[in-house]
Ligand binder design. Sequence first.
Ligand code: LER
Ligand code: MN
Length: 281
Amino acid sequence: MKLGMNLLLWTGAASDEHLPLIRDIKTWGYDGVEFPMFAADGSPWGIFAKELDALGLGRTAVTVMPPGTNLISDDAAERAAGLEHLKRCVDSCVVLGATALCGPIYSPVGRLVGRGPNDAERARCIEGLKALGAHAKGSGVAISYEPLNRFETYFVNCQADAAAISAAIGMDNVGHMYDTFHANIEEKGLAEAVATGGKWINHVHVSSNDRSTPGEDHIDYATTFAALKKIGYDGWLTIEAFGMWIPDLAGATCIWRKMAPSEEHIARQGGKFTRALWEKS
Ligand code: LER
Ligand code: MN
């Protein structure tokens, strides 16, 4: 297992101002960093790559679909813009040395249409992610799309639906995520959900039920980690948390009250908890 920390707790666009933070993350016992990549060219990826290599840290990246882009839209121009955005993110991941591009890379977060997904949308998602997988083939960047809870997307909410899409894509470099926050809302049973996602789970977000400190919440991480070990998962456990410190991100993630003393508290305590529990699971 590799323990990761998502920079979204501090910023939506990392810059060289965040190099000291990255050094702190290393001293807090992490194996790597997850970078927000909302714009493919939004950060100095080459500078980070050098620093992370020197520190011996791995990296992954998380993106979303920007306005006007949507892989499942019936508008071909929106689909093309979506695929273009994602291909550029893969190319930036190569510069960064990131081994995975993750996130809800099908339709924009918060886009709800008053109904569930239909077969045409599923087919467009499969086609789009296959094209992205082909682009990423051989680059060392795995593609990991993320099921989100029902309040953030209507398209894919649970492991059963994600597993069906991943199997239809059928590529060894394309899979999907398990995020403990979303699973806590959507799944009937955590062990069953992990088993259902099975071999297609290629990235994990460890995120508390209130998006603050893992281990100071009510998610059943013991069951989750045991189930992940049972399916042979040995990849990233990346802590994803949000606070009120960055107003734009607080607004986007619906954080309306303070739920942890500091970002450092979340990173230090959450990391310590996650590593210790994984080791004894
Ligand atoms: C991104 O990883 C995520 O979990 C989303 O819910 C953020 O809005
Ligand atoms: Mn997540």
